[in-house]
Write a protein that binds this ligand. Structure first.
Ligand code: CP3
Length: 334
């Protein structure tokens, strides 16, 4: 038994591997579907195709878990913002309008995202029982970054914009948490086994605000998932030594390490939690030797504690699928 759900719930030591962005542009079979579906949001709302794409890496590599093909920006989309994925630019959202945002309707929100729940149902029916189906959300802070367009090109925060617009951030965050929990509950009802919460831009939060914008919102969502009896993996990317405080306060079942976190440090500081990931996805672009040496550091260090093999961020589009295959084989034979 190597299901992620089992490891998270019972803290057992066994081998289990999946990768963030395992369904994506590095796979020719994904690129083929994508080339015929120019509108990314529509593709995410095509239940049959979404399920098919979710299962592509499972077919190719027999990974231990599937992560539903969707996007964290489907929530801002369902809350009334236009979302556009421009090639080589990343996502662009239409201007945030507080009036529209606070007038959202819970039923309409669920209806808009219903194709995602159908995709989860279809996928669960086509996935081996012993494999976990992972659903996900973006953490409130990370969604805010996109919704309010707060990032400057240099990956710094446009704090002026925040102050100038006089946003009521606490109320916006609370409202987001409410809708994120609805989205999670719907995904759980549809058959998802595990939840991963991506706080990809937590590293941009000024140190004095980390509790307010990262720890507390993540805590509220993890506590919701605990009440729903569904295991959670948190990914507060880029917060450095604050991983320790995050783990102590939020108490998720699992925590994904980013590539900056030293595995030896993680093992000694992050207790009562299942560790996941860490390996730098750039190493899959290097020689096989470099990739496997990198992987060895994590596998060796974590061999006697519950650990889910994964990366420190998503697979890059330039990754050779054969390298992914070699990495999985190396891990399984270790
Ligand atoms: O395989 C999986 O991991 C499941 C699907 C998945 C996608 N996005 C599909 C996707 C998941 C879990 C995400 C999460 C996501 N989306 C995050 C959190 C994880 C992270 O990477 O930090 C974030 C920040 C986003 C927002 C987003 N979506 C960006 C910044 C981009 C464009 C840049 C990029 O990486 O391509 C997307 C588009 C996107 N989401 C693609 C895929 C497969 C590429 C779409 C394309 O074909 O152009």
């Amino acid at each position: 038994m190597n299901s992620v759900k089992e490891i998270l719930k019972n803290k057992v030591i066994c081998k289990s591997v999946w990768f963030m962005r395992q369904a994506g542009r590095y796979l020719p079979e994904f690129r083929e579907i994508r080339s015929k579906n120019k509108d990314f949001i529509k593709l995410c709302l095509n239940s049959e195709l979404s399920s098919l794409i979710t299962l592509q890496p499972i077919k190719r590599f027999n990974l231990d878990s599937a992560i539903i093909f969707s996007d964290i920006l489907m929530v801002p989309y369902a809350l009334g913002q236009e979302v556009d994925f421009t090639k080589n630019f990343g996502p662009r959202l239409s201007n945030f309008d507080q009036n529209i945002f606070f007038q959202n309707d819970k039923k309409k929100f669920t209806n808009k995202l219903d194709p995602i729940y159908k995709a989860i149902e279809i996928t669960r029916n086509n996935l081996d029982r012993e494999k976990s189906l992972i659903s996900f959300i973006g953490a409130p802070w990370t969604l805010l970054i996109y919704m309010l367009n707060l990032k400057t090109n240099k990956n710094e925060l446009n704090l002026l914009k925040l102050q100038k617009n006089n946003y009521n951030l606490s109320e916006i965050l609370e409202e987001l948490i409410t809708y994120l929990c609805i989205h999670l509950k719907n995904q759980i009802n549809a058959g998802a086994d595990v939840v991963q919460i991506f706080d990809s831009w937590a590293g941009l939060i000024p140190s004095s605000d980390i509790a307010r914008y990262c720890l507390l919102p993540n805590l509220k969502i993890v506590e919701f998932c605990k009440r729903e009896n569904i295991p959670t993996i948190c990914f507060p990317k880029g917060i450095k030594e604050k991983y320790e405080e995050f783990n102590r306060m939020v108490k998720p079942d699992g925590i994904n390490l980013d590539s900056e976190i030293d595995p030896i440090w993680a093992k000694s500081k992050l207790k009562n939690v299942v560790l996941q990931g860490g390996l730098n996805p750039n190493l899959l672009l290097k020689t096989e030797r470099e990739m496997l040496d990198g992987a060895t550091k994590y596998i060796q260090e974590f061999k006697d504690i519950p650990y889910i093999f994964n990366l420190g961020h998503g697979l890059l589009p330039e990754t050779d699928p054969d390298k992914v295959k070699k990495l999985i084989k190396f891990y399984r034979n270790f």
